[in-house]
Write a protein that binds this ligand. Structure first.
Ligand code: CTP
Ligand code: MG
Length: 166
């Protein structure tokens, strides 16, 4: 296990945040679940998780991770950032899977989970990849991300990018 410094943790989380926030620009796309239904008759993931959105998330997230790694001459940052990005994308997808199993339609609000699913995913994948995030930064980011998520989604709604303000 390698310990990440305060800055390294913050930058890995930044890459995860960019990955999580960028797919909203895609709008409609090909559903990741190809429109398929799970054994409960409900959609596996729903129309809110698209192939295009997932590619955009990984692309922009990795761009941040690589840029930070190169700028700070810290190769570890590229690997940590990439892990955080992958965790963010997976966390968001798993949350949709859980929402559909609970019978909640695409886009329905589930406070806390909607805002922090990707964050938990990114922390878990950082750990799985052998990186210990700075505990203070990791803890301090959670409420910050919650507030930022709410604000940016409201802004995206007002700008007509998103259908709902959450
Ligand atoms: N999005 C996407 N592909 C992803 C993640 C997100 O295309 N892998 C886009 C979709 O247009 C989605 C929007 O980003 O509607 C916002 O993402 P999110 O809030 O996670 O999806 P919801 O529409 O709320 O769907 P769910 O109820 O499944 O969370
Ligand atoms: Mg949502």
């Amino acid at each position: 296990m390698q310990t990440l410094t305060l800055v390294e943790t913050g930058l890995a989380i930044l890459a995860a945040m960019v990955a999580n926030g960028s797919p909203v620009i895609v709008g409609r796309g090909t559903p990741l679940d190809a429109g398929k239904r799970f054994i409960d008759g409900r959609r596996v993931l729903g129309d809110g998780k698209t192939v295009e959105g997932t590619i955009v998330a990984i692309f922009y997230g990795l761009t941040i991770a690589i840029t930070c790694g190169v700028a700070l001459k810290d190769p570890k940052l590229v690997v940590a950032g990439a892990s955080a990005v992958l965790g963010a994308v997976l966390g968001d997808i798993i949350a949709s899977f859980v929402k559909r199993r609970l019978g909640l339609p695409r886009g329905s609000p589930v406070p806390i989970m909607d805002q922090l699913d990707f964050y938990l995913g990114s922390i878990l994948l950082l750990l799985a990849a052998g990186f210990i995030p700075h505990p203070v930064v990791a803890a301090a980011f959670a409420p910050l991300i919650y507030v930022l998520h709410r604000l940016t989604n409201m802004a995206a709604y007002k700008l007509g990018i998103k259908d709902v303000p959450w």
